[in-house]
Design a protein around this ligand. Structure first.
Ligand SMILES: C[S@@+](CC[C@H](N)C(=O)[O-])C[C@H]1O[C@@H](n2cnc3c(N)ncnc32)[C@H](O)[C@@H]1O
Length: 401
């Protein structure tokens, strides 16, 4: 007697909820620069009525795309195992959006007998033959796509010798081409790049699990199982320790420029280390006895930097003056005076390059007194103790030398 899975007949049990960034927070996603063209992407993935019950897979591809954008990963897209071009059409949309190329590799005639040995000896030979290159081209379109027709790994010779990839989808079901694809693409992945292997945990295509487990048994990366229908696994190519220019340093470095960095879009929040309240439309309050900024100077310049800060202190008629000591990497560098009649002002600070082995410097502000917010706004119920308020900062224009 077949044991009955507890998921048989559960209404909705085959569907996945959309990630919040694409549903409840979709406006925020777009406002923060989200690049996906979700409607087009969904149409591509579900063309001819396919895949509607495998939305977890779609959402994962989309989240991976967003991460590639966020981390600024370079490289092209590739897929081994295209069949009728559902995931291929999705990847083509991604490639167009980023002006990259997607390589779509398949026999476009189904499995090759050459692969039906060993663990796959019992697989039905004629599978996936009901497709053609022309049919897939008609669905996927030609721009930003290179169709590579034939038996893999023979067709690897048609890929660019110096190719690098940020996302590779291996969906060819059988052990031999999966193992070949891992051998071929793994060394060509950018650090942080995504290898997605379909069927890893499905218990249907036994070769997928075997190829992945063997390949990654002695490598630093591990497969992470995904909850899509066929049990894909994702592996992200390791970054070497201390490799030059981490994406987060580059991102933070871009926040320090000649334009003001403000709370808009959450930019200021990236620079706040300890002792700050949440950014508000006007700026951000330092709270408590010490407020620390952690700044990553732009990575493309070795010039000394003068920072311009738009600041004010928390003051009232009773506490009409304030003094804030400023230290950089622990060394006192300045003492800023504030008074009720000349409070908000631009201050400058000369910033040294970060110490060797570090990408950031720390600026610590210590206000002489901290002021209960309830004294500034009686009856507000605000329990913060406020010190320095930061409205914006930027790199000051320095006179040409
Ligand atoms: C499951 S289908 C791909 C489905 C597709 N990724 C999708 O989600 O719409 C598997 C494909 O792998 C291809 N394939 C298997 N072994 C291959 C090999 N050695 N070389 C090229 N293509 C191969 C088959 O022709 C078949 O089209």
């Amino acid at each position: 007697l077949e044991p009955k899975s507890p998921f048989v007949g559960i209404p909705g049990g085959v569907h996945a909820d959309p990630p919040q960034r694409y549903l409840g927070n979709y406006e925020r996603y777009l406002a923060q620069g989200g690049r996906l063209l979700l409607e087009q992407n969904l149409a591509a993935f579900t063309h001819s009525g396919a895949n509607r019950s495998d939305m977890a897979r779609f959402y994962f591809f989309c989240l991976a795309f967003d991460q590639i954008v966020k981390e600024g990963l370079a490289g092209d897209f590739a897929e081994l195992g295209v069949y009728k071009g559902h995931t291929g059409a999705l990847l083509a949309g991604f490639a167009r959006r980023l002006d990259r190329t997607v390589y779509l590799l398949d026999t476009y005639e189904g499995f090759s007998d050459r692969d039906l040995t060993g663990i796959d000896a019992d697989v039905q030979a004629a599978s996936f033959a009901d497709t053609s290159l022309a049919a897939v081209q008609a669905v996927v379109g030609e721009s930003n796509v290179r169709f590579v027709k034939g038996y893999f790994p023979d067709t690897a010779a048609e890929l660019p010798a110096d190719g690098i990839y940020c996302f590779v989808h291996i969906d060819c079901d059988l052990y031999a081409p999966m193992a070949s694809a891992l051998e071929y693409f793994y060394p060509r992945m950018v650090p942080g790049g995504f290898i997605v292997v379909h069927d890893y945990s499905s218990l249907h295509w036994k070769g997928a699990e075997k190829a992945v487990d063997e390949f990654f048994a002695d490598r630093p990366e591990c497969p992470v199982p995904l909850p899509d229908g066929a049990g894909s696994a994702v592996i992200r190519k390791a970054r070497s320790p201390g490799h030059a220019g981490s994406w987060i340093d580059e991102k933070r470095g871009r926040l320090l420029g000649r334009d003001w960095t403000t709370p808009a879009g959450g930019q200021l929040a990236e620079l706040l280390h300890a002792g700050w309240s949440g950014p508000e439309p006007w700026g951000v309050w330092g709270v408590g006895e010490e407020h620390v900024l952690r700044l990553t100077p732009p990575t493309d310049s070795t010039e000394p930097i003068v920072l311009e800060l738009d600041v004010q202190a928390a003051l009232t008629e009773l506490h009409a003056s304030q003094s804030v000591s400023v230290a950089i990497d622990g060394d006192p560098v300045d003492e800023w005076e504030f008074a009720l009649n000349r409070n908000r002002r631009l201050r400058t600070l000369a910033i040294p390059r970060p110490a060797p082995g570090r990408s950031w410097i720390e600026i610590t502000f210590r206000p002489r007194i901290v002021l209960p917010a309830s004294q500034m706004r009686p009856g507000s119920g605000d329990h913060r103790t406020l010190g320095l308020g930061l409205l914006a900062l930027r790199i000051a224009e320095t006179p040409d030398r």
